[in-house]
Ligand binder design. Structure first.
Ligand SMILES: [Zn+2]
Length: 243
């Protein structure tokens, strides 16, 4: 009997799409990247795989691979749940999912696996979810090739006299390059938060909790910037930002 077509893999479920009467198409993020497969009968009440096939649950999947089309799930075992337990954590976890499923190219997703897991774990452990979401967002934008330059002026390279940030130009702007006609100014705390989220390694998450008011303003700035650059409007945080 050939056994080479069965594979065991660990991943975090990031998307579930109903298929036919009782099936699901599951997408999980693993160390190897995005993984999609059929889970036949997974929506039946009697399905033994229900606990493992939920968004934000890390599970081990035993898959039957086929040469064409999607792999099929044989068995799923839940390992760890990252389901959020309060409203804010829920919103920011949804933003992480939305970034992964709508902003990041399939072939780039594996690059975010460890950060995704690290931030989810932090949120679950009670770390500030806004800070984690911003750090993850910044990493995703950088991976997508539209990270902001926060080391020096994006126009002339000057390291000091940073005056503002221009989302249109893609980063920090110094005193000399600042154009009051076309550029906005931002408070220094806003600029500091931008620098922190684009520069700090994700392992730093939890060491500081960013100021909430400024953090939300930065989040709004990044969401608008993302829409401007990619056409993708991420909506997970609408309720928070309109409040
Ligand atoms: Zn400059």
């Amino acid at each position: 009997m050939p056994t080479a077509d069965v594979k065991k893999i660990k991943g975090i479920v990031i998307r579930l799409v109903d298929y036919k009467e009782a099936d699901l198409i599951v997408t999980a993020l693993s160390e190897e990247g995005l993984l999609s497969f059929y889970a036949r009968g997974a929506r039946k009440l009697t399905s033994k795989n229900q606990a493992a096939l939920q968004s934000l649950v890390e599970s081990e999947f035993l898959l039957s691979l086929s040469s064409q089309g999607l792999a099929t799930l044989k068995e799923a075992t839940p390992l760890k749940s990252f389901l959020p337990n309060d409203f804010e954590s829920c919103i920011y976890s949804s933003l992480l999912l939305e970034i992964l499923t709508r902003l990041i190219a399939e072939e780039d997703a594996s690059g975010l696996y460890s950060s995704f897991r690290f931030v989810l774990e932090g949120i679950n452990d009670g770390k500030d979810p806004l800070t984690g979401a911003l750090m993850f967002f910044a990493e995703a934008l950088t991976l997508a090739g539209i990270g902001l330059e926060v080391d020096s002026c994006v126009l002339c390279g000057a390291k000091n006299k940073i005056r503002t940030v221009s989302f249109t130009e893609g980063g920090y702007i110094c005193e000399d390059c600042y154009d009051p006609e076309s550029m906005q100014t931002y408070p220094s705390m806003y600029l500091k938060i931008l620098r922190y989220i684009f520069k700090a390694p994700i392992e730093d998450y939890g060491r500081v909790a960013l100021d909430k008011d400024y953090g939300l303003r930065v989040l709004k700035g990044l969401l608008d910037y993302t829409e401007e650059m990619t056409g993708v409007k991420l909506r997970s945080c609408d309720a928070l930002l309109e409040a």
